[in-house]
Write a protein that binds this ligand. Structure first.
Ligand code: C2E
Ligand code: CA
Ligand code: CA
Length: 761
């Protein structure tokens, strides 16, 4: 650049067009518009300045990572550019490094002496460069993005013209560089988004007029396509399950019209036709100028499965697959609403498996579950399709019989249920007989709300249990006085002995051929001040729960020995006294000790004493059981197996435990004249017992036919209402005071309703 041209005024006086237009020559503008690369544009810019400032060599250095990078230096010696490339910026890093560092213009007239060149002067001088003016190119933030340098081979400083040229160049460079940077940033972010979409675990596709226009890898994977390319162009609706199509079409139409995002659950079809549950989030968009919808797809099969499972668990009992209490209560209120509108009745059956707890404890929970499932299945088979069978918990089931013309029609179902429970259940390859006690409450007669009906059915069920189990009771309003809350019964228990409310009644055992009484069984009675006479099934479980069973039991043994001593001795032929022991009493290791003490106190001969324990008790804890049995045997007492046939019906352990007697459960006896299967079982029991030298007593003999059958099969000993119910001690004494031969029996049937039903097949 010559010194004559260094004045701005001189140029202005020339009438030349403004500097910037000069710089932004058509060539340059053409390049920028045509999208030429940044180095090319900057190179052209340098050339342009050099053309206007003879002797000047220009360069543009970009600043990245605190270093300067050569972007364009079309006229500088290549070796020099290379040497200056990538130098760290700093106060001594040459004019450019220093300008980049300070953000200010650095005018160096003489490279050899200027402090900015302290480090690199030799390199510049080696290439004959002596002056270097560098100007920072600032970005929008005011931070230097690059530097623009003008070198000379002679020492010199710029005049106004040169400064204007430089200003024009840096302004233009600033625009070009900024544009390039934002384009790069856009490219970066686009690439980023593309990568995001491509690699997202979510399926993403763009849909234009029912065709996949774009699909990402995750979608291809979800749909089982080999690649995304395989999907593009395919029909979208072809991948939607038929039933989901109308709903989806409607939602997508809605989305397009409103321009909103919508969420929809659909079933999608894979390439191979299998379906899966998916959630689509659809947003309208423009794609390649066409009105399109962008969809994000997630496979929600797993979530749906979990939801269904949770929903199932909230309404169904996992053990049996039956509705649980929640669903049951729902269905009950539905049934009640329906019955109210149609003037129909609804029967609610509350059902409890007898002795389930014992079975569960002895056989284990897995076996208990098998039993519950089987019971549930049988119950379901007894009702119509629209009736409900539910498991309310434990061994409690409930049934809703809806749309009945009258409540009594429930009896048909009841008959079916009892019949269904007559067959044994096979659990662990064992045959188990399980009976059930059922309470029934009917809408509208016994209540109009679910709560009340459930409560009343429950009360009726307890009544059925108290009546000896394996039977049913319809709810009656006066039942509430008796058993409404076993809780309040429980609170009445303490002091029961002190208040003298307990009594023993005695039921004779008869030798049917002679009519002679050979034994008496002591049976507990509670004379409740408000509720009247209560039978043991109603309160023995409570005695056991509250731990009172020990003292009551000791009392009963003592009382029986005292009361019966006179009769037992006073007979021409000695009588046996039979006393019942429950499982918990039997487990008491000091039982034999207690019995010995009582016998001594009462002066009762142990040989006259017999303990009745149930088949279930016998099986429960073999080691402890054996010890107790041995200790009682040492005293001289005998053992009788009560309720025989209701447990495992195994005679082999009778031998092992050396019992003297077994009592065939009254549920068998009730059926012997009606059911051939039952008759066969009873016959088998009698003959097997005989071969083991075990005496057999038949319980619950109520009819002459039953008696005759038993006699004909060789069972002479029996007990039952045909002869006598349990009698209070005074009447028992009077009875025995005669000849000991039974007088015509008073036909007193203390239990209401049907006699116990049969469980055997
Ligand atoms: P269990 O040992 O099977 O006693 C026989 C039950 O059948 C008695 O009921 C008796 O009244 C009843 N019964 C007698 N003949 C007939 C008949 O012909 N038909 C019908 N349907 N039933 C008849 P109860 O007195 O209600 O006793 C129920 C159960 O309570 C007894 O059943 C026994 O297991 C238990 N139990 C009674 N007293 C005691 C006791 O002092 N201690 C213990 N631990 N349990 C007792
Ligand atoms: Ca008994
Ligand atoms: Ca019995």
């Amino acid at each position: 650049m010559s010194s004559s041209e260094s004045s701005t005024d001189a140029i202005a006086a020339d009438g030349l067009p403004p500097r910037r237009e000069v710089i932004a020559s058509r060539v340059l503008l053409g390049m920028i518009a045509g999208g030429a690369s940044l180095p090319d544009v900057l190179g052209a810019l340098c050339k342009n300045i050099e053309a206007q400032a003879p002797g000047a060599w220009c360069s543009v250095m970009l600043i990245e990572d605190e270093r300067i990078h050569v972007a364009a230096a079309p006229s500088l010696p290549e070796a020099y550019s290379d040497a200056m490339d990538r130098l760290p910026i700093g106060p001594q890093a040459g004019s450019c490094g220093c300008a980049a560092y300070s953000g200010k213009q650095v005018i160096v007239e003489d490279i050899s002496t200027h402090p900015a060149w302290a480090t690199y002067a030799p390199i510049a001088l080696k290439h004959g460069l002596h002056a270097c003016w560098s100007t920072p190119i600032l970005g929008a933030s005011g931070k230097a993005m690059a530097t623009f340098a003008v070198y000379y081979r002679e020492c010199q400083r710029p005049g106004q013209r040169e400064l204007d040229l430089v200003k024009g160049a840096t302004d233009l460079a600033s625009i070009v560089i900024a544009r390039d940077r934002s384009a790069a940033a856009l490219r970066d972010s686009e690439a980023g988004y593309r990568a995001l979409v491509e690699t997202a675990p979510l399926g993403i596709f763009v849909l234009t007029r029912d065709r996949f226009m774009y699909a990402n890898t995750a979608l291809a994977r979800m749909l089982g396509a080999a690649s995304t390319a395989e999907l593009v162009g395919r029909s979208v609706i072809g991948h939607v399950q038929r039933n989901s199509r109308p709903g989806l079409a409607e939602r997508l139409g809605h989305t397009s019209k409103r321009g909103t995002t919508t969420r929809v659950e659909v079933k999608l079809l894979r390439m191979n036709g299998t379906e899966f549950e998916a959630e689509l989030i659809a947003t309208p968009m423009s794609f390649g100028g066409a009105h399109s919808i962008q969809c994000m797809v997630s496979d929600i099969s797993e979530r749906k499965r979990a939801e269904r499972r949770i929903n199932y668990l909230a309404h169904y009992d996992d053990r049996t697959g039956l509705p649980n209490r929640n669903l049951f209560v729902d269905r009950l209120s539905q049934a009640l609403g329906h019955a109210q509108r149609n003037g129909k009745a609804v029967a609610l059956l509350y059902l409890d498996l007898d002795r389930f707890k014992t079975l569960n404890d002895t056989l284990g929970h897995a076996a208990g579950d098998v039993l519950l499932r089987a019971a549930g299945t049988r119950l379901t088979e007894c009702v119509r399709a629209h009736d409900t069978v539910a498991r309310l918990g434990g061994d409690e089931f409930a049934l809703i019989l809806a749309d009945l013309a009258q409540a009594e029609h429930a009896e048909m179902v009841l008959a079916k249920i009892f019949q269904a429970f007559e067959r044994p259940f096979t659990v662990d390859r064992r045959q188990l007989f399980v009976s059930t006690s059922i309470g029934i409450a009917a809408y509208p007669r016994d209540g109009t709300t679910s709560d009340l009906l459930l409560k009343h059915a429950d009360i009726a069920m307890y009544r059925a249990k108290a009546a000896g189990k394996n039977t049913y009771r319809f709810y009656l309003p006066d039942m509430e006085l008796g058993l409404s809350e076993s809780l309040s019964l429980e609170t009445d228990l303490p002091g029961i002995l002190e208040r003298g409310e307990l009594e023993l009644h005695y039921q004779p055992q008869i030798e049917s051929s002679t009519g002679q009484i050979i034994a008496v069984e002591a049976l507990l009675r509670w004379q409740h001040p408000q509720r009247g006479e209560l039978h043991p099934d109603a309160f023995i479980p409570l005695l056991e729960e509250t731990g009172l069973i020990r003292s009551v039991s000791a009392w009963a043994i003592r009382r029986a020995c005292r009361e019966a001593r006179g009769w037992v001795d006073g007979q021409g032929r000695p009588l046996r006294l039979a006393i019942n022991l429950s499982a918990s009493q039997f487990k008491d290791p000091r039982l034999a000790e207690l019995v010995a003490q009582i016998l001594a106190d009462a002066g009762f001969d142990a040989k006259r004493l017999e303990f009745e324990i149930t088949e279930h008790t016998l099986m429960e804890d073999t080691k402890g059981t054996l010890d107790t049995l041995r200790a009682l045997a040492r005293l001289g007492a005998s053992i009788s197996v009560d309720d025989f046939g209701t447990g495992y019906s195994s005679l082999s352990y009778l031998k092992r435990f050396s019992v003297q007697r077994l009592k065939i459960d009254r549920s068998f006896v009730a059926e012997i004249t009606e059911k051939r299967d039952t008759a066969a079982i009873v016959e088998a029991i009698i003959s097997l017992a005989r071969s083991l030298f075990i005496e057999v007593v038949a319980e619950g003999v109520e009819t002459a036919d039953q008696r005759d059958f038993l006699v004909s099969r060789g069972c002479a000993l029996m007990q039952g209402y045909l002869f006598h119910a349990a009698l209070p001690p005074a009447r028992m004494e009077a009875l025995l005071g005669g000849t000991g031969v039974v007088l015509p029996p008073p036909p007193s049937i203390p239990h209401e309703g049907p006699s116990a039903r049969v469980q055997a097949a």
